[in-house]
Design a protein around this ligand. Structure first.
Ligand code: CO
Length: 291
């Protein structure tokens, strides 16, 4: 679930650039601290190519809330620790980021969960927040929070499929998946996708539906070409290696081994404005709850 494989100079210099652009702990004037701060919380990624997702969310949130302080925190302890060791203190856990906001004089914080489902990462975050004193905190829900979100995300992801894809080509979405009960959201999303297009499939790396479920579905179809598309906020290690990579156990290799022509698409869901819009609408709900 947590992947730290890269530690090149190149990789960390990119991280440094991103986080220098969005500093934490800057001097904050009193009129700014009256308004709720926004804390964006993602799992994190060990791959520099994934940063485009974070940058896109950051830009769209700042556009929606130009007069608010916007900061980031990451729920993957391993990624936070690893990058901190290599680059100095640039990444923060949710607890640390909330402490810093409190020290800077904020009393209200809207946290936006940038997770895909209400799973373990989200429930840990909600638990952490319960233990914080001295801050009025509201949490915006993850991507697939409601039935309505699922329908909207299904429409959006189908709209985001490359235009070259023809109706007789399959689209296989790769979700993360989890042992947590929140995994059920992947099944709900899969059903919403299939009801729109019978050549669309969804599998997960660590939960269900599985790759075998996807292969069984493909076997019943007439497709020859398969677009492989991440259903994860970033096109990081899972997308680049487990989905699109050349190893014997990648989806690309296995699906091609069944006779299909695979076309991997290396874009995370957070690179699409129509998906980020769902998270931002959840942030709106959190922000409006202060009024
Ligand atoms: Co993982």
């Amino acid at each position: 679930m947590i992947h730290i494989s890269l530690s090149s100079r190149f990789f960390f210099s990119l991280w440094a650039i991103f986080f220098l652009a969005f500093p934490q702990g800057e001097a904050v004037s009193a009129d700014l601290t009256d308004a709720p701060a926004i804390l964006l919380v993602a799992f994190g990624s060990s791959m520099p190519e994934a940063q485009v997702s974070f940058e896109n969310i950051d830009a769209l949130v700042r556009e929606a809330y130009p007069d608010h302080t916007v900061r980031w925190a990451f729920t993957s302890h391993l990624i936070v620790e690893k990058i901190r060791e290599e680059t100095g203190k640039t990444l923060y856990s949710p607890t640390e980021a909330l402490d810093m906001l409190k020290e800077d004089g904020f009393t209200k914080v809207a946290i936006q969960s940038l997770h895909s489902i209400p799973g373990e990462e989200y429930s840990d975050l909600a638990h952490i927040v319960q233990g914080v004193e001295g801050l009025d905190i509201r949490i915006g829900l993850p991507l697939l929070a409601s039935e309505q979100d699922v329908e909207r995300v299904a429409d959006a992801m189908l709209a985001n499929v490359p235009v070259e894809r023809r109706a007789q080509d399959a689209v296989v979405f790769m979700g993360h998946g989890t042992h947590h009960e929140g995994n059920a959201r992947y099944h709900v999303l899969k059903n919403a996708l299939v009801s729109r297009d019978s050549n669309v499939f969804l599998g997960t790396v660590e939960g269900s539906p599985t790759l075998d479920d996807v292969l069984a579905g493909l076997a019943q179809s007439d497709v020859e070409n398969v677009y492989l598309v991440p259903f994860m906020s970033v096109a990081g290690d899972h997308a680049r290696n487990d989905m699109a990579g050349g190893e014997p156990d990648s989806w690309n290799t296995i699906i091609a081994g069944h006779g299909y022509h695979c076309v991997p698409v290396l874009k995370g869901t957070a690179e699409y404005e129509n998906i980020v819009g769902v998270w931002i609408d959840h942030l709106h709900v959190a922000m409006q709850s202060f009024n």
